[in-house]
Design a protein. Structure first.
Length: 255
């Protein structure tokens, strides 16, 4: 008789392939938001994950993928048009799924993180409800709080990027590692765009494009690629330092 652990291991093997494909699909979708074929593919893959989670009793994974699926269904059917806030929320959903999958691989549990706010955001976006406007009296406090939250996320991503780039230097052919880097850049780009940090959004978009050239085998050489990537990382750190100190991006060149 096959035990539950066997089913979980089979699920983890399948979901890793699906998530890597979803990462690529989201990159393609952002380039062409009206691509209904791409939206349909993303919807199907997310639906597959949700169904497997339900069968295995992975309730947290099922809940968050169900929320993302509902939003994507409206986008696929043309009821809603893809907006930056939606992209940002869907990327956060992907991050949450990857983290829960990592926990499952580690100890067979989904982890203790609370994603209820993200699920509420996805549900709000599904019904076409925008962010509630802040009261004038607390707008300054809200802005500071949003920047603090953004910086916390950005610092976490930056530390992850440093680790991933070291690994990439030793394993340049790893598509899984390249996809992981792309996801990190893509997440930071989405959050930057949502916050209105245009310089940071432009830089992370360029970094994302650089990774895509590697993914597609179009790089001109390992040394040139890493020189360019590390210069971009240096600019990224400088911008984040300015943001942390003053709430402004500063005059950092991203050429």
């Amino acid at each position: 008789m096959v035990d539950e652990t066997t089913y979980i291991n089979e699920f983890l093997e399948e979901i890793s392939e699906i998530l890597n494909r979803l990462d690529r699909q989201f990159v393609a979708l952002e380039k062409k938001p009206s691509d209904t074929g791409c939206l349909a593919e993303i919807f199907r893959d997310l639906h597959t994950i949700k169904g497997s989670c339900g069968l295995l009793g992975l309730n947290k994974l099922e809940s968050i993928t169900h929320s993302g699926e509902n939003l994507l269904g409206k986008l696929r059917d043309g009821v809603l048009a893809l907006e930056p806030e939606m992209v940002n929320a869907l990327l956060k959903m992907m991050d949450a799924v990857w983290k829960m999958v990592a926990n499952l691989k580690k100890d067979g549990q989904e982890g203790s993180a609370d994603y209820s706010n993200l699920i509420e955001t996805l549900a709000r976006l599904e019904i076409g409800e925008p962010d509630p406007p802040p009261n004038d009296s607390d707008s300054t406090l809200l802005d500071a709080s949003m920047i603090d939250e953004f910086m916390e996320e950005a610092d976490e991503i930056l530390n992850l990027l440093d680790q991933q780039i070291v690994e990439l230097e030793n394993n340049l052919e790893s598509q899984e590692l390249i996809s992981s880097l792309l996801r990190s850049f893509h997440t930071l780009k989405g959050s930057s765009g949502y916050m209105g940090f245009k310089t940071l959004e432009s830089l992370t978009h360029s970094m994302e494009n650089l990774l895509i050239t590697l993914q597609e085998g179009k790089t001109t050489g390992k040394t040139a690629f890493f020189d360019c990537l590390l210069k971009m990382m240096d600019a990224l750190r400088k911008i984040l330092t300015h943001l942390k100190a003053s709430g402004q991006e500063g005059n950092v060149s991203v050429e």
